[in-house]
Write a protein of this length. Structure first.
Length: 115
């Protein structure tokens, strides 16, 4: 199932993006590593609280600091994007992480931007 994403920082693929899955807001972040002069080969995946429009403006470099918890990591190459690589991802590529989210039995949050 494809779901829309909202992203910042694009290099081959979005390097940091938000998505909604079953009412949960998730952040996937593949930060730039200055020491090796490359983006990370994996996304750190976080469960996020609701974010204000103000929090979504400008840089998202520190957005992870607002996370409720880290769910895990997934290789960037394992995430399946739509043909544009800018609009949506296939949530099937997040399998184990979504299973972990369901196991946590986290209560869905109110949506503030469209699925």
């Amino acid at each position: 199932m494809y779901v829309s994403i909202q992203y910042r920082d694009f290099y081959d693929v979005p390097r940091i993006f938000l998505l909604r899955h079953d009412g949960h807001l998730l952040l996937l972040d593949s930060p730039f590593d200055d020491d090796i002069d490359e983006y990370s080969a994996s996304y750190d995946v976080y469960l996020m609280p609701e974010l204000s429009q103000e929090a979504l403006e400008g840089s998202w470099a520190h957005l992870r600091e607002s996370a409720s918890c880290q769910l895990g990591c997934i290789p960037v190459a394992a995430v399946e994007f739509d043909a544009t690589k800018r609009n949506a991802i296939d949530t099937g590529s997040l399998g184990a992480l979504l299973t972990a989210l369901q196991a946590m039995n986290a209560a869905p949050m109110k949506a503030t931007w469209p699925d």
